[in-house]
Every structure is written in structure tokens, then in C-alpha cells.
Design a protein around this ligand. Structure first.
Ligand SMILES: C[S@@+](CC[C@H](N)C(=O)[O-])C[C@H]1O[C@@H](n2cnc3c(N)ncnc32)[C@H](O)[C@@H]1O
Length: 278
């Protein structure tokens, strides 16, 4: 990976150009990525592609992660920008998942990967942690089907429909649950009540805690990148308050925070967060 100068970000990121030049039109639908129908449409295409060829799981993750991005494209790591190939991005994302979950998994736990999309992460978790059971939950129907088909040969992975705002049957009759999310809570309308439900369950012993790779702030107020990230989340309707929301609960202890572990979109980087009940 080679370093990439912030000054040149508008060459590679239409959203940066739009945020800095108010005369431009937005490069896409502002709130598309908080709309479940948009995700379902994407997952339908992912599923069609998966069914077209006899893909190996890892190969397929690389193909889909690379789709629609420049190769190499700009990513962020710890507030620095780099030009990274899709393979380098996927390798970094695997490392980030492993490092986030590693300290809370001994083997024998159940990882509930909620809002799992088309299931890109489920295989990574199962491969990195051979003792754990992995259950994906997702609201988008094509996401559930794609996740199931992609992981059909792995007996430790199952996937079921799940709505953060609905009933949580996925939690029933399971022990040693760790909730994992990546980029899902930031898309929700109503993050606070979801965190309340998770924290209540943790307090009652139904959950060991949470591990998140979410685009949470607070972003720096005194750097160009930080200000761009604030504006980006704002115009696109993302909720970046996971960390302050967790910290606002007296019965939650946030044990780990690492800002910008990776930003496949450098304006929307993931913060790694671990928490448990106090
Ligand atoms: C940015 S995608 C992330 C997908 C996946 N976690 C990943 O890292 O590839 C956000 C996901 O959250 C899901 N989602 C949004 N609202 C949801 C809800 N109320 N219940 C469950 N999933 C939801 C979306 O359908 C989408 O799959």
C-alpha cells in the first residue's frame, strides 16, 4: 500500500468533491445506504452472481468487495490515507475482524452477527475462530438467502431473518452470546432503543457483550478529514453515535475503542468497539 495525500482525495472521491464544492450535484442518492430496499436490491445481484459460477467463498468475497471500487482505491487506516488493492483491503478487513473479536472468544461462544448483509464476514469469523458457532441475522431477504448459500458448506454457520426493531428470537436458547455488527448500527433509524435492549440483555446475563466495527464518531473537529467525515455522515443520514450512546449507559463498560481501524470509504471509517455489562 502506498500513502495517498489528503489534498488529492477529490480526484478519487466524488463525495469529497461534493462536500467541498456546494455548487456540485451529489454523486448519488444521499440517503440510499440507510434504505433496506437498496440493500436488498444489491444482495439480489450478489446472489445472482454467486449462482452464475462455482465460486470458492474467499474468492467470491474478493470479487464482490472489489466490485465498483477502483483497484487500487483510497482507503484509510488510523487517519492516514493509502492506495490499496482490493486484495489488500480484504486482507486488512479480515485482520480487523480477527483483532476485534479475538479478546472475547475462547471457543464455545455463539457469535450473533447482526445485520450481516450478504454474509461476507461469517466465513471470516468461522475460519478465524474454529471453536465458535456463527449465526447471521439480516432483515433484507436476498441478504439472508445469499448468506445462507455462500456458507452452505460450513456446518458452524447458519443465517436467519432478523430485525433490530423486531422480536429477537435469534437470542433464544443460546448461551455465551457475543453480538457482532459491522456497518449495520450506523444505518439504523433509532440506534438508542437497540442499544438499550442489548445492554438490558447483557445486564441480565443473556449476552456476554458486544463487538462492533461501526462508523462511529466522534470524528475530530480540528482536522480536514474529521470535518469531512462529520459532513459525510450528516448528509447521508448515518447515525455515528454508537460510542457516546454506549458510554451514556451506566451499566455498560466500554473496554476497547480503536478509531479508524479501516475505512474502505475513507469518509466513513470503522471504529472498533468492545463492551460488556458492568
Ligand atoms: C452497510 S450494510 C453492512 C452489512 C454487513 N454487516 C457487512 O459488513 O458487510 C448494513 C446492513 O444492515 C442491515 N440492516 C439495516 N436495518 C436493519 C434492521 N432493522 N434489522 C436488521 N438488519 C438491518 C441492512 O440490510 C444491511 O445489510
Amino acid at each position: 500500500m502506498e500513502p495517498f495525500p489528503l489534498d488529492r482525495l477529490p480526484h478519487r472521491s466524488d463525495w469529497t468533491g461534493y462536500l467541498l464544492d456546494p455548487t456540485r450535484d451529489p454523486p448519488g442518492d444521499l440517503e440510499a445506504y440507510t434504505d433496506i430496499a437498496v440493500y436488498d436490491g444489491i444482495y439480489e445481484q450478489v446472489l445472482d452472481r454467486y449462482r452464475e459460477e462455482d465460486f470458492d467463498r474467499e474468492e467470491f468475497v474478493l470479487e464482490i468487495r472489489g466490485a465498483g471500487r477502483e483497484d487500487p482505491g483510497v482507503i484509510s487506516i488510523e487517519e492516514d490515507l493509502f492506495l490499496a488493492s482490493s486484495a489488500e483491503l480484504v486482507a486488512r478487513e479480515r485482520e480487523v475482524v480477527r483483532d476485534a473479536l479475538g479478546p472475547v472468544l475462547d471457543g464455545g461462544e455463539t457469535v450473533l452477527a447482526l445485520g450481516c448483509g450478504w454474509g461476507a464476514n461469517l466465513g471470516v469469523i468461522a475460519e478465524e475462530f474454529p471453536g465458535v458457532t456463527v449465526i447471521g441475522g439480516e432483515i433484507a431477504e436476498y441478504g439472508v438467502t445469499a448468506s445462507q448459500e455462500l456458507n452452505a458448506d460450513d456446518p458452524r454457520i447458519s443465517v436467519e431473518p432478523f430485525d433490530f426493531h423486531g422480536e429477537w428470537e435469534l437470542f433464544d436458547e443460546r448461551d455465551d452470546i457475543v453480538v457482532f455488527t459491522r456497518g449495520a448500527l450506523t444505518t439504523l433509524d433509532g440506534l438508542g432503543p437497540v442499544i438499550d435492549r442489548l445492554a438490558d440483555r447483557a445486564r441480565e446475563g443473556e449476552l456476554l457483550g458486544g463487538v462492533h466495527l461501526e462508523q462511529s464518531g466522534p470524528h475530530p473537529e480540528d482536522t480536514v478529514l474529521g470535518l469531512l467525515r462529520r459532513r459525510y455522515a450528516d448528509v447521508r443520514g448515518f447515525d455515528i453515535d454508537l460510542l457516546p450512546t454506549l458510554r451514556g449507559r451506566p451499566d455498560v463498560s466500554v473496554s476497547h475503542v480503536a478509531y479508524d481501524v479501516v475505512g474502505a470509504n475513507p469518509l466513513h471509517p470503522q471504529t472498533a468497539i468492545r463492551w460488556r455489562s458492568t
